[in-house]
Design a protein around this ligand. Structure first.
Ligand SMILES: Nc1ncnc2c1ncn2[C@@H]1O[C@H](COP(=O)(O)OP(=O)(O)OP(=O)(O)O)[C@@H](O)[C@H]1O
Ligand SMILES: [Mg+2]
Length: 388
């Protein structure tokens, strides 16, 4: 998968510009605050349907402008040319287009353009809250399994409804007699989606581990192994995963057990006014040679593990759908020692199209992969340089 060209208007501080990218390595150099991340953000936005910086849409429209428009020429995984566009207007909101047709649901954007984004914040995949790891896994599964995404969305909707009801009960706005039946109905729906979410996460963690282990050994040149282990919050899920039974049988049985487990704590949930158990509390352990890096990892160890896991996600995507995502490296090499930086550059650019943004040209000094293109940016204005 490759982004071959882009035309950008009204995006943050970026001057109106047109790019022809290298199918291999694209390097963007510039001092702090000149527009490097803005360019990468604009190219990554279609893939996610939103900014990776979790900015609001109108924050991305240039200060003096009323709208922004980005158009990209993309080569799909099977070589198909795709035209990916999006427009944000202060008045009308956001619209996405594929080959000129409006993409009406955000969920339909998933899997059209696959990307992976690394920035200094990526370390939080290992050190941050469980929510970060759940999101990482859920996004990874959704890339290859649209059904999973619909279970997850329905689960989240049902959970919001159930929490709303529990809150109303606590405030005395609803009668307990009718609410019990309603809570039971929500629990049935939650259990139905929970079993799919948990089995999906368990399977994904199993797939990620060998890829992450290989990436980690390649990146560090060391002998330390890496494991990514699913730690479900529900006791029933924990014990079901320890037993080996037929998948179909496991699913039906587990669904009933999950329902029992969440029904059992209903009275406590009513007292507390919120849901207390479920996959919304799941976590994943990141282990380097048996040591839990979430707790004991040094900065460098956690960083190497996070990078390996993100690369592993792209390997899983390749195994399942023969897709190599576009990789963005935003200011990441200044955080790695030179040897690891160089290894990562080689590992990623061998198989993927990569975009690298850095304020320190020294991070990529002496690295001249074939077909590399280089730009420098000053106040949002890009100038292409001859790299050869
Ligand atoms: N909506 C907007 N309109 C105009 N300018 C904006 C808008 N949003 C952000 N900016 C400006 O864009 C500039 C460039 O930001 P960007 O994050 O791309 O810098 P950078 O080159 O990645 O810098 P660093 O090396 O510090 O990461 C910043 O000065 C920022 O204030
Ligand atoms: Mg930046």
């Amino acid at each position: 998968m490759r982004i071959l060209s882009a035309s950008i208007q009204g995006f943050r501080n970026l001057q109106e510009s047109i790019f022809e990218f290298s199918p291999r390595v694209n390097l963007v150099l510039g001092r702090n605050g000149e527009g490097k991340t803005n360019l990468l953000e604009s190219l990554n936005l279609f893939a996610l349907g939103r900014s990776h910086r979790s900015a609001k849409n109108d924050e991305m429209i240039a200060f003096e402008s009323e709208s922004l428009f980005v158009k990209m020429g993309v080569e799909g995984a099977d070589g198909t040319p795709l035209r990916c566009e999006y427009a944000f207007e202060r008045e009308r909101g956001s619209r996405f287009f594929l080959n000129g047709n409006v993409v009406s649901r955000k969920a339909d954007l998933v899997g059209i353009l696959n990307t992976v984004y690394f920035d200094p914040d990526s370390i939080h995949l290992v050190r941050g809250e469980p929510r970060r790891r759940r999101h990482f896994v859920d996004q990874g599964i959704a890339e290859t399994d649209p059904l999973f995404l619909s279970h997850l969305t329905s689960f989240q909707r049902a959970l919001r409804q159930k929490n709303g009801l529990l809150r109303d009960l606590k405030k005395g706005l609803t009668k307990i007699t009718t609410a019990r039946e309603e809570l039971k109905a929500w629990n049935r729906e939650l259990a139905h989606h929970t079993v799919e979410i948990c089995l999906g996460r368990a399977d994904y963690a199993d797939r990620l581990t060998p890829c992450g282990d290989t990436a980690h050994r390649n990146l560090t040149g060391g002998s330390h192994g890496l494991e990514f282990l699913y730690r479900p919050a529900l006791e029933t899920v924990k014990s079901a995963l320890e037993k080996s039974s037929e998948k179909g049988e496991k699913k039906e049985h587990l669904k009933a057990e999950i329902l029992d487990e969440i029904d059992y704590i209903m009275e406590t949930e009513i007292k507390r006014g919120r849901t207390l158990r479920g996959p919304q509390l799941d976590d994943f352990e990141v282990c380097r040679s048996g040591l839990d890096l979430r707790v004991f990892g040094s900065q460098g160890e956690s960083r190497a593990a996070a990078i390996s896991l993100i690369l592993a996600r792209s390997d899983v995507l390749f195994q399942k759908r023969q897709i190599r995502p576009v990789i963005f490296f935003d200011d990441i090499f200044s955080e790695l020692d030179q040897e690891r930086s160089h290894r990562l550059q080689e590992m990623a650019s061998g198989l993927h199209q990569v975009f690298i943004a850095t304020a320190r040209p020294g991070d990529v000094a002496g690295w001249r992969p074939p077909e590399m293109k280089t730009w420098s940016v000053t106040s949002g204005e890009f100038k292409e340089h001859d790299t050869t």
